[in-house]
Design a binder for this molecule. Structure first.
Ligand SMILES: C[S@@+](CC[C@H](N)C(=O)[O-])C[C@H]1O[C@@H](n2cnc3c(N)ncnc32)[C@H](O)[C@@H]1O
Length: 280
């Protein structure tokens, strides 16, 4: 399996994701449960894939690689790409007995892909490029003319009830502005801008759809999700470096705000996503 030498920018991005990925692995099942139905929205947009050569950008631990491998069949090929070594190692183990899948440890924004692929797919893996214009152009070059891209990313912060409830409750205690790392997942949330990015990268037939989905969790799942947010994703960044007592009060505030929404042992939250598709 090949590895590309890192550029200066990707060294920093890679370090950040390496560090986060190590903690992510403890919550992989929870992450997968949460993301799977949202990824389906983009998988549907790929259309028939039998025999296709597909790249998955930011494949993480490889949850979608299995679905893609089944869809392309024995005559197709799936290439997962991720910048974080722990993600790649996990994904490689997970697909070890699938002959039609490989996983590259590379920065998708700069890696020189063979320009022969039929499709690019991503589930929440396109929002973290420091230079999205050049990253999108690079990814477009991986596709043959007529090849298709389909991916799902987050819509705006305000469309995401998880973010709003947890973020506002935490900030009511910390009084601190939003950490940049908490904004990164929402970097593509302007549909107009996203259409422009895709068009500038050389895509046509660009379509970006807003979807509001509902995520439903049991109280037990909610506890796990809160832990994963505190240890891996958004809330970790919000509370990083704060004095212990402020942190504790902020976590209490988040817990109280979330549990106020629990009814009959369950919580249902709306999350907004954008489903983008385009043709090279
Ligand atoms: C939010 S996670 C999503 C992971 C997976 N697609 C999923 O849905 O479970 C984003 C992933 O993108 C990867 N990533 C971030 N920047 C990247 C880049 N420039 N090239 C390749 N992968 C990248 C991260 O390492 C991480 O695994």
């Amino acid at each position: 399996m090949m590895t590309t030498p890192p550029s200066d920018v990707s060294v920093a991005v890679r370090r950040n994701w390496d560090e986060r990925a190590r903690r992510w692995l403890d919550y992989d099942d929870d992450m997968e449960r949460f993301a799977a139905p949202l990824g389906e929205l983009a998988l549907e947009r790929l259309g028939p894939c039998e025999g296709a050569r597909i790249i998955e950008v930011g494949c993480g631990t490889g949850g979608c690689l299995h679905t893609l491998a089944q869809r392309v069949g024995d005559t197709g090929r799936v290439t997962g790409v991720d910048i974080a070594a722990p993600m790649v190692e996990h994904a490689r183990r997970s697909v070890a007995n699938r002959a039609n899948v490989e996983v590259l440890h590379a920065d998708a924004s700069t890696h020189r892909f063979e320009p022969e692929h039929d499709a690019v797919f991503s589930r929440f893996g396109m929002m973290f490029f420091p230079h999205p214009e050049s990253a999108f152009r690079n990814i477009a070059r991986a596709l043959r003319p007529g090849g298709k891209i389909a991916f799902v990313c987050w819509d705006g912060i305000r469309t995401n009830e998880w973010f709003m409830i947890t973020g506002l409750a935490a900030m009511s205690v910390t009084r601190a502005p939003l950490a940049p790392a908490r904004r990164a997942p929402f970097s593509l949330s302007n549909p107009e801008r996203l259409r422009e990015l895709l068009a500038q990268a050389g895509f046509h037939s660009v379509h970006v759809a807003r979807r509001v989905e509902k995520t439903v969790m049991s109280e037990e799942d909610l506890e796990t999700r809160l832990k994963s947010s505190l240890e891996v994703t958004g809330l970790r960044e919000t509370l990083r470096g704060l004095p212990q007592d402020v942190r504790r009060r902020a976590v209490d505030a988040v817990r109280e705000a979330l549990w106020a929404r629990v009814s009959d042992g369950r919580i249902a939250l709306r999350v907004g996503v954008l489903v983008a598709e385009a043709t090279r």
